[in-house]
Design a protein around this ligand. Structure first.
Ligand code: WTA
Length: 659
């Protein structure tokens, strides 16, 4: 946290330019304040107005917010609509049928464009196909697909039928996939033969087979396979079916199933502070409303803009800012299959130039790695590309260090594009605290001010407001439409994790520490729980620990984060084996084996960067692992804290040594 605290000394402010303010969707501080005041004055009236003005309801709602059973809040809950209708059909009715919805850029550089009319037809054909296989509203589908038009089609087709989807990131292991299939009770899996990333083929269907072999997936009747590479895959005749065969001969019209506003659109798994990932359940109407509004507000989206969010649809950013928000807003967006460094480190800049991207949204980790790459390979520096189309730049997922911010602002944005540093979470559904490009003076490293209607605050352990300048827990004091509804199948955990009694059970606890400066700007200080943020991906330390102790050689493991220049945080694992502590060659070999093991158990993103072996772990006399000491050891710093409660102080020196 110390490195991030130092960000608070950043004093530069970048005010929005007058010409930008003049044309902005929310224009100037006065425009922003007017919306905030409206929300303060008449909270439910504010949301009701936005929901009526921005969504098409098949059955209008009369109730706005039901707070009778906190924290299980309901929004617009006697209304009905269909999410896919609101993302696709509405644009045909508006005369935008031939507008490009998606510009798909494949790993190898070929481009496919689909219009709103074509996308709707594909979604309808696929939805009709899955309906013909016997699937219906209320069923759950696991989607395990690469970045593709097909992934968007699959998600939208589920939404059209009221099938709740759960997308599993293609980089997750068979084990993670199996856990999610079981937990969500899926009866359908939609996958691909293989995915292409950086010129390499990575198998997907084989991971599905492996997941099935682990057992517990008996409820899955069909596996639909999108043929991406044509690679060889094992085939189970009664169960497996090609996506193109599912679509074949299906009509291009599919009546949208009108669902209740609260109908679960999707469940997305994310890491928490226990070993088991949480299935974050989102609603239909409230979620879509905020996805749509934040695209228009935060990115200042205009009808002719080309928008590009580089996230994967396996994460919440890809859900809200690829599949749902931009389509609901009728945007033209780039969907990219590949990686930022293939065929070279100029790929992002080349794509911005090629497609004349106006609004660009990526993660600090990507920026940091591209800063490095641009220095190492000057031809791929952004200055060698025509990036003059850019108007707004965004970041998401982790704190951005001021150096990376300034580079992004100057080298990518040419010193002319506002950088919106958006703070939000899987659970919040959409942006919560973020600059607005035509409103907010920017301070590098600060996510600045809450969006209108979002009652963000910083409180102490007892839930009392802290003074400006004092750190505390980031909370949201009032419900908002796109908030998490529950943890799938575990309402108690939902309550305990997000609405703890100590805070009175009424405030949403984000799990981040934060600070506000004298201007009221928010500065995120990082997680307050045992969740790490590695390259913008959430990872529970307990999750990695459970994976490690599942290895036959491991007796005990403790995992902590260490600040890392490139990935933000890096995973450091302290491991005690069931046999003598290994050294030298043997130690290196076992460390390699454990890294691969974690990749297989969770996914490559969870691989510990550093593994230290010890005869034991630092524990208190009552047997509790002293993680705060391990964090210091992981950084290679001198221990200055009190170690008097430590049972075995000598162990610290042993763990301090890297292999
Ligand atoms: C962190 C990603 C600082 C934070 C949308 C949060 C951020 C977690 C920012 C959620 C930001 C996200 N500045 N930290 N702009 N955005 N975070 O669920 O710790 O993958 O709690 O959602 O990422 O990660 P998640």
């Amino acid at each position: 946290m110390s490195t991030i605290d130092s960000v608070l000394t950043e004093t530069r402010v970048f005010e929005p330019r007058a010409d930008f303010v003049a044309q902005a969707n929310i224009s100037g501080m006065a425009g922003y304040r007017a919306l905030c005041d409206e929300a303060e004055r008449d909270f439910t009236g504010f949301w009701a107005r936005l929901a009526r003005e921005n969504l098409q309801w098949s059955r209008p709602f009369t109730r706005v917010l039901d707070e009778t059973n906190p924290p299980f809040y309901k929004w617009f809950d006697d209304g009905e609509l269909n999410v896919s209708y609101n993302c696709l059909d509405v644009h045909l009715a508006n005369g935008n049928a031939d507008k490009t919805a998606i510009i798909f850029e494949s790993d190898d550089g070929s481009t496919t464009r689909v219009s709103y009319r074509e996308l709707l037809a594909r979604v309808c054909r696929f939805a009709n196909g899955i309906k013909a296989l016997g699937y219906k509203t209320g069923d759950r589908a696991i989607i395990y697909l690469p970045m593709s038009i097909e992934a968007v089609v699959a998600m939208q087709a589920c939404a059209r039928l009221g099938i709740t989807h759960s997308v599993v990131f293609g980089g997750f292991s068979a084990k993670s996939l199996q856990e999610r299939i079981v937990d969500v009770g899926a009866s359908l899996v939609i996958t691909a033969d293989e995915q292409m990333r950086g010129g390499k083929r990575i198998p997907l269907k084989p991971a599905v087979e492996e997941a099935f072999a682990m057992g517990g997936c008996e409820a899955v009747r069909k596996v639909i396979v999108y043929r991406r590479t044509g690679g060889d895959v094992a085939w189970n005749d009664g169960r497996d079916v090609w996506m193109h065969d599912v679509e074949r001969g299906q009509p291009e019209l599919c009546e949208p199933v009108q669902v209740n506003a609260e109908h679960p659109l999707f469940v997305l798994y994310t890491s928490g502070s226990t070993g088991k990932p949480k299935g974050v359940q989102h609603s239909s109407a409230g979620y879509l409303l905020w996805a749509l509004l934040t695209v228009k507000w935060t990115f200042d989206l205009k009808p002719d803009d080309i928008y590009w969010c580089t996230a994967d649809v396996g994460w919440i950013t890809g859900h809200t800012y690829i599949t749902y928000g931009p389509l609901a807003a009728g945007a033209t967006q780039v969907v990219f299959e590949g990686v930022p460094t293939y065929p070279d480190a100029g790929r992002f800049w080349e794509l911005i130039q090629k497609h004349k991207v106006n609004l660009f949204y990526t993660a600090p980790t990507a920026i940091r790695s591209l800063v490095k790459a641009a220095e190492a390979s000057p031809p791929h520096h952004p200055r060698n590309y025509d990036l003059s189309s850019l108007r707004v730049l965004g970041t998401v997922g982790e704190p951005i260090n001021p150096e990376a911010w300034i580079w992004y602002y100057n080298q990518v944005g040419g010193g002319r594009c506002p950088v919106v540093d958006t703070w939000w979470q899987t659970e919040t559904g959409g942006h919560m605290i973020t600059p607005l490009p035509g409103v907010t003076g920017l301070k590098p490293g600060s996510c600045t001010l809450p969006l209108p209607g979002i009652m963000a605050a910083i409180v102490d352990e007892a839930g009392g407001d802290v003074e400006l300048g004092k750190g505390g827990f980031l909370v949201i004091k009032r419900p908002w439409p796109s908030m998490i509804r529950t943890i799938w199948g575990d309402p108690e955990r939902f309550k305990k994790s997000y609405y703890p009694e100590d805070l009175g059970g009424r405030y949403y606890l984000a799990g981040d520490g934060a600070n506000r400066d004298a201007d009221g700007y928010f500065w995120i200080m990082g997680r307050i729980d045992d969740v790490l943020n590695v390259s913008g991906h959430r990872l529970g330390t307990m999750e990695v620990e459970s994976a490690l102790v599942a290895h036959p050689l491991v007796a005990e493991a403790a995992v902590v984060g260490r600040p890392d220049d490139l990935t933000g945080e890096a995973v450091v694992a302290f491991v005690v084996l069931k046999r003598a502590r290994p050294e030298g060659e043997e130690g290196a070999r076992i460390a390699r084996e454990l890294r691969d093991w974690v990749a297989k158990e969770i996914g490559p993103i969870a691989k510990p960067k550093d593994i230290r072996f010890g005869d034991n772990l630092p524990k208190t006399r009552s047997g509790k692992i002293m993680r705060r000491l391990l964090r210091v050891v992981a950084k290679g710093e001198e221990i200055t804290q009190d170690v008097s409660t430590l049972e075995n102080p000598a162990i610290l020196e042993q763990l301090g040594k890297s292999l």
